[in-house]
Unconditional design. Sequence first.
Length: 414
Amino acid sequence: MARYLLAGSIGLPSYKKKIETGSIGGHGEGIYTIKLGDDNKLSLIALNYCDNASTICLNKAKNVVYITNESRDFKGWKASGGGISAFKINQDKSLSLLNVSSSYGSRPAYSCLSEDEQFLVVANHGSHSSAVIKFVKNSKNEYELQNVYDDSSIAIFRLREDGSIGSLVDLKVFDHHGYWANGRGQTSSHLHCVRYNKGLFFALNRGADEIEVLKLSKNGEIDIVNIYKVHNGMAPRYIEFHPVLNIIYVLNENYPYLSVYEVNYQNGQLNLLQEIPTMDKEYYVRHPWVELSGDEAPIDLKCNNAIVDHEVMMPSDLHLGKNCEYLYLANRNFTTNAVITCFKVRDNGQVDFVGTNSLDGHDPRGFNILEDNSLAVGLLDQNMLIIYKLGKNGMFKDVIGKINIPSISCIQEI
């Protein structure tokens, strides 16, 4: 029986004037629908035009998807913000546009649904590189330079009965910064991911070295339950949940380490259980992790994170395999081939390093585990979607299929 995948891509449709391409460059044109036949042949069957389709959120019934349009200029003029697009999935797996909404922020990077699917929750990433120059008087009555950056925020939208996006209900702006401020990737907050589990929302703030734990009211208003400060400079990006235990897995973007936490879902408190390398031991001989002290890096301190040092691996995505036996994590790199790391999941939820699977490209921005426990990865720099069969030891075994998808950013089986 044929199966179907959606692949989101970075870029603007070719018929549009290219004012801005989002947070990263690309030449994709929207959402690509791919058929995986019984013979494992991959074929492109449709393209739905859509700006900077960076991530996909699928509802429980698998008949509506929400696409984050990761742009600053979504409405066609400079700094008009990003967008969210809602598509209906038809019986033949074609997509029909329901509607489009402003994301009420810059460069939306992730979205998720509330438990009852009455609300859509969107993380607006913002930008640490697009500064507004202002000169203001300080306490000494002297003028000094202040740089103002895009807001990073969580936006809550009410959903209509047909799944289309309704009105904005609440908007919460986060204005903290991280250790590597002063233009080194953490000058302002960047909420890269927001996900729901067991009554709480977890927002990963890579710009402030924080995990924001949030709760949604029945009316759709968001409240902060807890702000957990991770190690300086780690830049938490994505999160995965253990399906049974109160355990979360957090990918840190600036350094190749995975953090494992125990969660108290009653009060939102986190307890760090593990911080485990995502690369082999030889890698850390060349790139040792240095404990960073103080609230903020001195301006003259050499920055050793992946934003500045392009030889450092930069984790990008993570997913649990079927039956929660293995955990997979993608590590990007600007100078050498990327890898997907495999961890064995213990009975207590903690993990052990198994090994790395090399990829023929630099930028696996997104991947996913399919229903048959194969692994589909998108190599943005190679314009390629590849599906791997996994062995009993969790490592890559064979290539099932490949297909060219321009500037691929995310993958979702429907």
